[in-house]
Write a protein that binds this ligand. Structure first.
Ligand code: NAP
Length: 284
């Protein structure tokens, strides 16, 4: 048996096309949608990701400003910049890119992102509302996990999903979104005992760790669905996920590819969130 490939490209294209139409309407109404990405790192894979967001935004008619504060930026400077962008009426969406400089934590700084502009759901207020089942922008990657499963017709109600990783950016919000869809969710992390025993009992495995090849055939029961969120740069300039796709392909029922799975859907959702934020700002 060979696992069905759950591509994110088609879904991403349709979300981007919808965002492009909405962005054109906003521009025609005199309020072009604008996304600001605050960067304070020299990390190469982060730079690649930010460039891909900027390219996608521009293609969709969304203005994208990269605010590069440098890898040595002080947390106070980052917080001030987030506050000034939050107060700027021409900016509708704000992302604080990770990794951050030593001593700066996303959880501490993201509170300075205005809730209504928090298009990557990083402000603890957004995360708290998400956990409470109230409207808020979800972190785009976590939302992409559910969106890609929906797109491919994979039902979540009553199914056992093992999420590997408990970050506030991916693992925890993904667990909340999956619970909202009536999945039975187990969250695993670096202290989980016998990871393979836990994940191989699940119908769906979501890998969000950042370790190439962590999830192997022993972690996946035959026929299970595997969502690979990991993005690990390879020495030859490529990208691989957390899942050993070759080892898992024979037994898994379906698998998201890396690249071309969760990544493009994440970027497209950031654009969707930005045009929604711009639209709400216009009608407020
Ligand atoms: P992170 O903050 O470093 O969190 C990693 C999580 O994995 C932690 O909860 C950690 O557990 C857990 N972990 C580490 N080693 C483990 C092990 N051996 N077994 C089980 N769990 C383990 O990373 P993140 O920001 O969530 O990102 C995760 C991955 O997703 C990365 O590869 C990142 O590049 C990728 N990502 C992709 C997208 C996209 O659009 N495709 C977007 C964002 C992130 P502890 O909590 O115990 O330390």
């Amino acid at each position: 048996m060979s696992a069905r490939v759950l591509s994110g490209k088609e879904l991403a294209a349709s979300i981007r096309s919808e965002a492009t139409g909405q962005a054109a309407g906003l521009a025609a109404a005199g309020t072009p949608a604008k996304l600001a990405v605050v960067v304070a790192t020299a990390d190469e894979s982060s730079a690649w990701y930010v460039r891909s967001i900027a390219r996608a935004a521009e293609k969709s008619g969304i203005v994208c400003e990269i605010v590069d504060l440098g890898a040595e930026a002080d947390p106070a400077l980052i917080r001030d910049r987030l506050a000034s962008l939050s107060a700027d009426d021409t900016v509708h969406g704000i992302i604080l890119q990770t990794p951050l400089p030593q001593g700066a934590r996303l959880e501490d700084l993201a509170g300075a992102i205005a809730f209504e502009k928090d298009v990557d759901g990083a402000n603890p207020l957004s995360l708290g509302r998400l956990a409470a089942g109230l409207p808020a922008f979800a972190p785009a990657t976590a939302e992409a996990v559910v969106a890609i499963l929906d797109h491919h017709g994979i039902d979540l109600a009553g199914r056992h999903v093992a999420v590997v990783g408990r970050s506030t950016v991916v693992g925890k919000p993904a667990a909340h979104l999956l619970l909202d869809r009536n999945a039975t969710v187990t969250v695993c992390h670096s202290r989980t005992r016998d990871l393979a025993a836990v994940t191989s009992a699940a119908d769906v495995v979501v890998a969000a760790v950042g370790r190439a090849g962590l999830i192997t055939a022993e972690h996946v029961r035959p026929g299970a669905v595997v969502v690979d969120v990991g993005t690990n740069p390879t020495e030859d300039g490529g990208l691989v996920g957390d899942v050993d796709a070759v080892a898992v392909a024979d037994s898994a029922g379906a698998l998201t590819p890396v690249p071309g799975g969760v990544g493009p859907v994440t970027t497209a959702l950031l654009l969707r969130h930005t045009v929604h934020a711009a639209d709400r700002a216009r009608t407020r």
